[in-house]
Design a protein around this ligand. Sequence first.
Ligand code: ADP
Ligand code: MG
Length: 684
Amino acid sequence: MATVTNLKLDSSLSEIKGVGQVLVKNFDSIGILTIRDLLFYFPRRYDDYSNVVKIVNLRPGLVSIEVIINQISGRYLRRGLHITEALVSDSTGSIKLIWFNQPYRAKSLIKNVSYYVSGKFELRSSRFVIMNPSVELVSDFPFNTARIIPVYRANRNISVRQIRQAIGLVFKANIKIPEPLPDNIVKQHTLISLYEALYLVHFPESFSKLNQARYRLGFEEVLALFLASLKNKEFLKKTHSKVINFNETLAKKFVSSLPFKLTNSQRKVIWQIYLDLEKDLPMNRLIEGDVGSGKTVVALMAALMVINQGWQVVFMAPTEVLARQHAQTINDLLTPLGLSDKVDLLVGSKSLKEKQLTKQNLREGKTALIIGTHALLEPDVLMDKLALVIVDEQHRFGVEQRKALQLKAGSMPHLLSLSATPIPRSLALTLFGELSISRLLEKPAKRLKIKTKIIVEENIKCVYQVMRDEMNKGRQVFVVCPLIVRDNFFKGKSVELIYQQFKKEVFQGYRLGLLHGKMKPKDKNTVMDNFVKHELDLIVTTTVIEVGVDVPNATVMVILDVDQFGLAQIHQLRGRIGRGSEQGYCFLVGDYSITKNPRIRCLEDLDDGFQLAELDLKLRGPGALYGLSQHGTLDLRFASLDDKNLIESAKKAANNFMISSDSLIKYKELNEKVVYLSKISNLN
Ligand code: ADP
Ligand code: MG
């Protein structure tokens, strides 16, 4: 039966026999253009209709039967409601099938041939029937009945059945799917071929076969990640960085000039960094530390050693507000050493003239430590003595960006990343092998634990009271909303709306500010500066304040529609308050469901960013945790990080491959994936 065609993965859908122009267009609406897109459009779940039973043995639930049709007819019950009823039977009995608004059924089904019927067997008006079942000829290859049925995400234009059918047609047309993995890996790890895996994911013969397919696809995902990680590691090994010698006198001088005593954690991490810097290999270290654990000063001590030896340092922050604050802090901390004139700031909102001067000083080497936003990566920012890059609160700064900086500097800069969102151990150990990680486990002493409480919206008045009390005591308040403006689809709280409501009704007489990401950088700075200077009592804001901002006088954080935020994000937000010596209060506000939501509830007790990150990983997966799901690839679709066997095997395969004489270039598809991943996978 099967026709011989030359369908390939990259063929367009229109080349499938039986898929017409309209359908092609409709597939387009869910982003499926090629056969590859189609075959990699994976089911979101499976319904088990594989067990075909006799009518006499039917039990309520999802069922399949093999029957012939005795009677079938359709009629309108009332305008717009059509019903088709059929009586079907097998050797053990008969049963009624009912379809609503599928008038074609009566014509398309013929009597006295065998059909598979799959659907939900349930009680309707005191009678057991099967509602809206799928029906297919037994003599056909059934897509929708009598098997484990994949269920896909569909939409108004395209139905689940059409997706199944199209995939079925692809396999019927004898598609050739080349094997992307090296032969010996497939053999050694007894993997099924990609062809077989794809077939089984869409047409699983059994759940154990399905698991084999999942294992195979998961193996490939993790293998590619490991290979990318090893490639990055290998690349970094071949490059050289400036050797930065440790200067004990300078370190001691700086430490004794600090207004506080370093924690043991800070000392340990600084020491690890100094050891890294003494090697001519590029450092690739991530400092993980909860909000307020004092990462900035640790980074500054790294910078200090570098500038002392005549090299330059870039300190990059994700927002202007934060960059400005860092510049201020660092200026203060370096003043006692007489080094503050070597520090400068480069942000978009500076005037053209100021920017030009900043760049010139940098070029001439007068500035040794430049703080700023991503603007620092622009090609006209030149600094040929760059030896260290510090990246604050930013989860993605890859080898590629470093390479770009290397071009400015002539040698590979050392890289130090700071993050309050830790990479869970399981993820770090498995997927980011090229990264050295330091953890700041201690918090500087005498900080009170923030009191966190879940509040149902109806009771928000008691939160308003606490806010007033605190503001009357001279403290300040953050209110965070998920949206900037209210949109039609999503009934969330918008900053605009809340700001207006507070100003006009709830908090008349208090000084309110509004802050969100769509504002001009200059306006944002003004609002933030005014808040820092305590010229504002309360700001209504989006997550722009998530990262880093330090206002020790702020004691209340109110998060509205809290279920819209990730755990790590909420924890970050909460870290904005209670940074001084006063008690901080965090209110998590939402509808009634949040009181039952374990994800939100754990925030009341848990105060440890590391634990929260592990939990978030479990609940939402790595993609969501790092906001990388838009990149797709990092969202492991089949591999589970808990599957130690899979992770270990894929790791072994990757290691063996890298030391073998085999070359990735031979495996075009795998290689492309690895190259792509090595660009984006660096989570540091
Ligand atoms: P984060 O890790 O969140 O970036 P910061 O580096 O901004 O934290 O530090 C938070 C605050 O704690 C700053 O005001 C900083 O000066 C202060 N700090 C840092 N280290 C110590 C310490 N060892 N003892 C007391 N305060 C410290
Ligand atoms: Mg910080």
